[in-house]
Design a protein around this ligand. Sequence first.
Ligand SMILES: [Cu+2]
Length: 110
Amino acid sequence: MTNKGNMDHEFMIVRDVEGFHRELDQKVMRLQEMGMGTKGIMHAEELEMLHHKYVVMGVLKIDGVEESEVKVKPGERKEFFLTLWEPGTYYYVCAELVGTFPHNHIDRGM
Ligand SMILES: [Cu+2]
């Protein structure tokens, strides 16, 4: 995967994309109401926890190492292996907030 854009992106696999999207929006809104700034929210532990709640684990590997997501910086290229063990519907999303804050990249169709 190559990031040809000028913003950070990530690739993660989720099953409940609507639940993740909704909770992400709600959490960002709640942190804003609490007075947290943009940078603080982008690096908030609460959002990281939300990623962990929804991400499908055990399906992504980079250089043989299991990862929960693939992060790519502008211009960066990363090769990874995706193995889905169970049949079903999976979604690949980018929940980054950079460049779209307070919205996330899922809102932009990523
Ligand atoms: Cu993105």
